[in-house]
Design a binder for this molecule. Sequence first.
Ligand code: SF4
Length: 275
Amino acid sequence: MRVIVARGSGFCFGVKRALEIVEKALGEEKGPFYTLGPLIHNPQVVDRLSRKGLKVIDNLKGIKEGTLIIRSHGLPTATIELAKKKGLKIIDTTCPYVKRAQEKAKELESKGYQLVIVGDRGHPEVKSMASEKSIVLQRPFQVEKMESYSRIGVVAQTTQSLENFKGIVKKLRSRTKELKGYATICNAVSRQQRSTRKLAREADLMLVVGGRDSANTKRLFQISERLTNAHHIEKASEIDFRWLGNKKIVGISAGASTPKWLIDEVARKVKGYGN
Ligand code: SF4
């Protein structure tokens, strides 16, 4: 049996960077430390960080001291301001690609463009870019319900597909005389999807490793299960050896929030099958 791990599986640049900053702070600085929502969508990593002192909270109510860690998705400016007013120290791990999208959104609004964000309305990253006046669109057909504006500026949530962004931009031309757009898309996720699709075509079983709440991992699982037998697991102990019988090639893929040690454990367990 061959075991192949899809290229680019696991932590993307932004998640790796955020974790390095956080681990350093937890080791060197005085707490308490908080994040609004889990730092990444991986329960094993979140557990590890909580043992080192990082607390996950839903809002800033009742928080009077300590350090607020801004996740790689970023936070709305108003929330950061509130934290500062409360006297909290801020450690910002916003991914530079997300930061660029936030800056472009701000720039367009300050120049008088009606801001359109291509993305998922409830996603923290979109919330971090949006203002009260901005419009969030997920699909091109939603442009039809939109009013016209003299100037429209458009940016994207970093994990959007370029195809969807282009589809929306094309339709927006009918809603304005002046359109300015920035394709603020990060390729890490689309690269992972491409390598997973390629591997799933040749593997007779795919194991997709990552948090149950990780949208990015769920997407890799959907891609895999369309092409071959596939299972979404969080850790090696979830592998059922009956899945492995008669398999020649087992592919492993993992979302952008899955640490390497979890991927390695899965690979080791599969390789150990039958030994
Ligand atoms: S997916 Fe891209 S934008 Fe998002 S955190 Fe990772 S590197 Fe940054």
